[in-house]
Design a protein around this ligand. Structure first.
Ligand code: FMN
Ligand code: SF4
Ligand code: SF4
Length: 359
């Protein structure tokens, strides 16, 4: 098929390789059509690398979905993106698909494509396509990793669909159908996207710990795209800027990174059973005096107070846990009460080849 484009630039955000692999499939189709192609992760992108592009360029932004939205650092990257103005753009996202028996089920994007598409539209780029790809979920803090056989089958299925998409978009066609199929559900979960963006992701950042298997190799610190792990008291410590992309947890050669589930449950219990009811009465009293009982004032003020208190609690709780993890007994207790430590709770990174025999 004839292509109106001379160049393809793809920038991706990928923790465990899904979005990177999808970007590579599209770049491969562009290569076959003789386009000058450049592909990079958002955090390593150098605008000078596309300085030699001449003629018409198609730009693709492909990202994992986090909390029904595009991850914060990728959104920040889009806000700052200024080069190749007026180019055609497509927005893609990979999300948590499933395979039930022989049926491939979709994940849910929420605003993960619409919002970035709006940003780029208002910046003067022309939106040619939005495309979701339903690969295995990598959210290992929440559920076990999918079995290898299922992952391989899902990857093979998605590769076929994505290559077809690539051929269409590279031929200059507009492709939007798949992105709008779940629109009613996407709208329904949009408020959760805001909750995740302003609260959830900060709390999740404070749930990772390195257990006694950690040998301080430094790989997680070196590889984190957001530079969110530091060495504190001689062990990895996660900062609020961590976006839970799951790279460190899935790539640690010692399988030493866990989600401290027992700490999370304890802190959530304290928050919901002790702190929040207490705050509710105090805030009601305060709002009754300061804002004459206005409902909107109560809701906004209460949200701000709850948000600050929850973050402070997780910050202090996590800091304390970090110090206590020095003691072997506590370290083992936290490890054994973390679901991620058990064998059945697999890790996930995209299989290297769509073949069951692949390691
Ligand atoms: C913190 C977090 C939040 C996620 N939120 C969603 C979501 O809202 N909807 C969805 O379909 N998948 C969600 N996922 C699944 C990932 O988007 C999906 O597995 C993606 O393909 C991972 O891509 P990557 O390997 O390129 O990082 C989430 C994963 C993580 C780790
Ligand atoms: S990659 Fe694993 S073993 Fe290496 S420093 Fe990080 S947690 Fe420790
Ligand atoms: S600390 Fe780990 S999960 Fe968080 S952003 Fe870095 S690599 Fe991803």
């Amino acid at each position: 098929m004839e292509t109106p484009y001379n160049n393809l630039l793809i920038i991706y955000y990928s923790g465990t390789g899904n979005s990177k692999r999808v970007s590579e499939w599209i770049a491969d189709e562009a290569d076959k059509q003789g386009l000058k192609t450049y592909i990079s992760s958002y955090h390593q992108f150098d605008p000078l690398s596309v300085a030699e592009f001449s003629g018409k360029t198609l730009i693709g932004f492909f990202s994992a979905t986090h909390g029904f939205n595009m991850p914060h650092s990728m959104l920040k990257f889009l806000f700052r993106f200024e080069i190749l103005k007026n180019s055609d753009v497509f927005i893609g996202n990979t999300r948590a698909g499933m395979k039930l028996w022989k049926l491939f089920m979709p994940g849910l994007s929420g605003i993960a494509m619409y919002f970035p598409a709006l940003i780029m539209f208002f910046k003067g780029y022309k939106i040619r396509a939005m495309y979701p790809v339903d690969l295995p979920s990598n959210w290992i803090s929440l559920h076990p990793g999918v079995q290898k056989k299922i992952a391989v089958s899902m990857v093979g299925h998605c590769e076929k669909l994505t290559r077809n998409f690539a051929i269409k978009v590279l031929s200059g066609k507009r492709v939007f159908l798949r992105s709008f199929v779940l629109l009613p559900l996407d709208i329904l979960v949009a408020p959760i996207a805001f909750g995740y963006y302003f609260v959830g992701r900060y709390i999740l950042a404070k749930t990772f710990v390195a257990n006694y298997n950690c040998n301080n190799c430094g790989l997680c610190i070196e590889q984190c795209p957001t530079k969110s792990i530091i060495l504190s008291h001689n062990r990895p410590y996660w900062k609020f800027s961590c976006e839970s992309c799951m790279k460190c947890m899935n790539y640690c050669p010692e399988r030493a990174i866990e989600t401290a589930h027992s700490m999370v449950f304890l802190l959530l219990f304290v928050l919901t059973v002790v702190i929040n009811p207490y705050l509710s009465t105090k805030v009601t009293d305060f709002v009754a005096v300061a804002f004459r009982g206005s409902r909107i004032a109560f809701e906004s003020f209460y949200f701000m107070v709850q948000w600050s208190v929850a973050l402070l609690l997780f910050y202090l709780g996590y800091k304390l846990l970090h110090l206590l993890m020095r003691f072997p007994l506590i370290n083992r207790l936290i490890t054994y009460t973390s679901l991620t430590t058990w064998k059945f709770w697999r890790r996930y990174k995209i299989p290297r080849k769509a073949s069951v025999s692949d390691k």
